[in-house]
Design a protein around this ligand. Structure first.
Ligand code: HEC
Length: 99
């Protein structure tokens, strides 16, 4: 198991920067700091920010895309920092309960 984990880490580090991250990876990299790794908003940071549990959001994909693009309240906008394709994939990922 340790070897497998090490192999995965090595391959991630070795991945070219153009490597398109999946929505789950993007979420961990860009969103987890505020929303928690599982998106449930249980981390100290998430509680401080007052984020909702993303896994039970009732927002449709199009609305989620807008929140990601434009930000809302204390959430920073991601338009220009993430590609439209990345934002679209993230919105579907969130709408699907982060699975
Ligand atoms: C700087 C902290 C921060 C980061 C980083 C962040 N968010 Fe947020 N997010 C928030 C806060 C705070 C809210 C609540 C905004 C409000 O309604 O006042 C929020 C709200 C949302 C909502 C709306 C939830 C609902 O049910 O109303 C979605 C969807 C969302 N964030 C997705 C994301 C995604 C996807 C990312 C990664 C690209 C992300 N957030 C990154 C802080 C953050």
């Amino acid at each position: 198991m340790k070897k497998l984990v090490a192999a995965v880490i090595v391959s991630l580090l070795a991945a070219p920067s153009a490597w398109a991250a999946g929505a789950s990876d993007t979420f961990q990299a860009k969103c987890a700091a505020c929303h928690g790794k599982d998106g449930k908003g249980q981390s100290d940071m998430a509680k401080k920010l007052g984020v909702k549990d993303l896994t039970v959001t009732k927002l449709p994909v199009a609305e989620i895309e807008k929140v990601i693009q434009n930000g809302r309240g204390k959430m920073t906008p991601w338009k220009g920092k993430l590609s439209d394709a990345e934002i679209g994939a993230l919105a579907k990922f969130v709408a699907g309960g982060l699975k």
